[in-house]
Write a protein that binds this ligand. Structure first.
Ligand SMILES: [Fe+2]
Ligand SMILES: [Fe+2]
Length: 161
């Protein structure tokens, strides 16, 4: 469905097909790749922005690049998982923006969409930025839930079944 929406694809294609952006296919995030997650967030944020007559082009570009951090976030065990997760939540929007601005020309709204998507660790300054932050959290919740379900279904190593 996403790849057949010509309006979405016209804006998204130059980013999606970029060699560096394709690298995100190899990075796992929640329950899928960062690539799949980002395209999904961009599509649903675009639908909302378009419906409310907002700047849907900046919404697509900012949302596609909101997690453009190109490294695998490794979770540690124990208490460090909390501090590491907070560090990652604060740092990755800034890293994503640094990477994105190397390869794409971004306007101020797109910059804020990326930098503020981890609200409350950043402050969205436009309706479009609020939409992306909301859609990102909404989709991430489903991806986490699906990941937990898969982990729960996995048989323990000592299982005799
Ligand atoms: Fe993110
Ligand atoms: Fe995200």
């Amino acid at each position: 469905m996403i790849y057949f929406d010509y309006r979405f694809m016209e804006v998204a294609r130059p980013i999606i097909e970029h060699e560096q952006y394709q690298q995100m296919r190899k990075i796992k995030h929640h329950d899928e790749s960062v690539f799949d997650h980002s395209v999904k967030v961009a599509f649903y944020a675009y639908r909302m922005a378009y419906k409310y007559n907002l700047d849907w082009e900046s919404t697509i570009r900012g949302a596609l690049l909101h997690d453009f951090f190109l490294y695998k976030f490794k979770k540690c065990l124990g208490l460090r998982i909390i501090t590491d997760s907070i560090k990652h939540a604060i740092a990755h929007p800034l890293i994503a923006f640094d990477n994105a601005s190397k390869y794409f020309d971004l306007n101020k709204k797109e910059e804020n969409i990326i930098k503020a998507h981890m609200f409350p660790f950043g402050l969205p300054k436009s309706k479009e930025a609020w939409i992306v932050s909301y859609v990102d959290k909404y989709i991430a919740t489903f991806e986490y839930a699906s990941n937990f379900k898969k982990m729960a279904r996995r048989k323990p190593a000592y299982s005799t079944e």
